[in-house]
Ligand binder design. Structure first.
Ligand SMILES: [Fe+2]
Length: 510
């Protein structure tokens, strides 16, 4: 047993009752001249007895900016490892402490801190904070999941996607942070590697990242937003990725803009590592990010199961017409098998499947011809059929799919044959609009709705996010729109509501 494990165990038991910070270890932080907690705090992956706490120390006063200083070294000078104390309490003033410990923030992981706090009680709020040297972090609030056998009657979560930093303000997150929610689910495009579009309200201040420190800087820039920080500090999050966390439209080991595969895989590993370093996900021992698992399953009492799917890392690459048979997989063989097993074990009243985009077919061509977005499930028809077959075969009680990616809100009935409005409806589907990212024209969305009768609603003229409130007899989805993504003083309000009834798949517009 390492010294570090010893100390952690001691702190978790010996000092848990004391309302004081633990004494830091041998690696002490110096006095800070700038706030090392300027990226805020976050929590995630809530389980009945555990939750992950996250922060990352940054040192803006001592690190040269390679974009303002072109002679700065490619690899930034590194700070030494620093010990960071963490504390969980029942109350915001930390008068009733629950658990505390020390984690070592190391330069190899950009001084990020991932604490898996265990031994907590199910279905209750906790408060947490960090300390390093003379600096104390903002206070975050988090919530554990209800126990798997809990007879809970209500669970409410926000879901969001697509937050290009330059194209708008994060009014949606300011609104989200004030709501009564149990969880936030992010479905991808958390950062954008590219600058595009016009009328930017702010700037990436750097080019397209390909190296580890560049992806780190991009994540840090996004995390510097105070409204995004508020939403992270208010609720636990579950986080998926889509393509822009690495590069637009990549699939598996193939990128349309990186023709040399080994170079792309190095870039992908850098992007995956930076993603890990900035997300409230469990600590890992490995330092190899050639592969990194983000798919998973989370239970919230006997009311709700949430299954999150990775449609980027393992997908068969290449244009759809060239793929054949079972090669057209979005999830890869291992994840498909895992999905089958997970669905077979699912017992909850409502089963939400989160993935980055729209599963229902979307014919983009008005009139008799057809045209599809081959980067989405329409390019992976066999994989989609297997996924829908699994939902049917396992007789999932109330399957509801959530997604993002399209920069438009959609509501759809998922029929047995995903491209028709005929045959039994086997699931309900909701795609959330973008937080800020440039939308398609509303007229284009209107013509898609007219062309695809199983798509019941489409709105690309509003930015915002969605709230799903799950109750025993019905699930409601509220679409929250912001008044103007370019206005820092914009307001937010629910502009459309849907309901799904227990035992009756299909979306009902309220
Ligand atoms: Fe996007």
């Amino acid at each position: 047993m390492s010294l570090r494990t010893d100390r952690r165990r001691f702190l978790q038991t010996g000092l848990a009752a004391a309302a004081v910070w633990p004494v830091l270890g041998t690696v002490r932080a110096a006095t800070f001249t700038a706030d090392p907690f300027a990226l805020g705090v976050a929590s995630g992956c809530p389980r009945p007895n555990s939750v992950v706490l996250w922060t990352r120390l940054i040192f803006p006063d001592t690190e040269p900016d390679p974009f303002t200083n072109p002679f700065a070294p490619i690899e930034k000078p590194q700070h030494p490892p620093l010990d960071v104390a963490w504390e969980i309490a029942h109350d915001e003033a930390f008068a009733r402490p629950v658990l505390s410990g020390i984690d070592r923030a190391v330069p190899e992981f950009a001084h990020s801190v991932h604490v898996e706090a265990t031994g907590l009680e199910p279905d209750r709020w906790y408060f947490y904070r960090f300390r390093c040297g003379d600096a104390v972090s903002p206070v975050g609030r988090t919530r554990t999941a209800p126990a798997s056998d809990a007879e809970n009657g209500r669970f409410s979560f926000a879901f969001a996607s697509c937050q290009q930093f330059e194209q708008g303000w994060y009014t949606a997150y300011r609104d989200m942070a004030q709501r009564d929610l149990d969880l936030v689910v992010h479905l991808g495009d958390y950062i954008y590697e590219v600058s595009y579009g016009g009328q930017h309200v702010r700037s990436h201040q750097s080019g397209t990242p390909t190296l580890l420190y560049e992806y780190r800087d991009r994540h840090a820039l996004y995390k510097s937003d105070p409204d995004l920080q508020r939403a992270h500090a208010a609720f636990p999050w579950l986080v998926l990725w889509d393509d822009h966390e690495v590069v637009n439209d990549y699939g598996g080991s193939v990128s349309p803009t990186d023709p040399y595969a080994p170079a792309f895989l190095r870039r992908r590993a850098a992007a995956y590592q930076a993603w890990y370093e900035h997300m409230p996900v469990p600590p890992i021992a490995a330092t190899n990010f050639d592969e990194y698992r983000v798919y998973g399953h989370f239970g919230f009492g006997n009311l709700l199961d949430l299954t999150l799917l990775d449609t980027r890392q393992y997908r068969a690459p290449g244009p759809g017409e060239e793929r054949a048979g079972s090669e057209t997989t979005m999830l890869g063989t291992a994840q498909e098998r895992w999905f089958d097993t997970t669905m077979a074990a699912s017992q909850a009243r409502w089963s939400v499947i989160g993935q980055p985009t729209l599963i229902a077919e979307r014919d983009l061509e008005p009139g008799p011809g057809t045209r599809y977005a081959m980067d989405a499930w329409d390019g992976y028809r066999d994989g989609r059929e297997r996924l829908l077959n699994t939902i049917q075969r396992e007789a999932i009680r109330n399957p509801v799919v959530i997604g993002g990616d399209l920069h438009a809100f959609y509501a759809a009935d998922l029929h047995e044959a995903a491209g028709t409005a005929e045959g039994p409806i086997i699931a309900s589907e909701f795609v959330t609009g973008s937080i800020t990212s440039n939308p398609p024209d509303q007229r284009a969305v209107d013509s898609i709705i007219a062309e695809n009768p199983h798509l019941k609603f489409g709105n690309s003229s509003t930015h915002g996010y969605s709230i799903m409130t799950v109750e025993r007899d019905r699930t409601q989805v509220d679409l929250v729109g912001i008044s103007d993504r370019k206005d820092p003083a914009a307001t937010a309000a629910v502009f459309q509501k849907f309901a799904v009834l227990d035992g009756m798949p299909g979306v009902n517009r309220l």
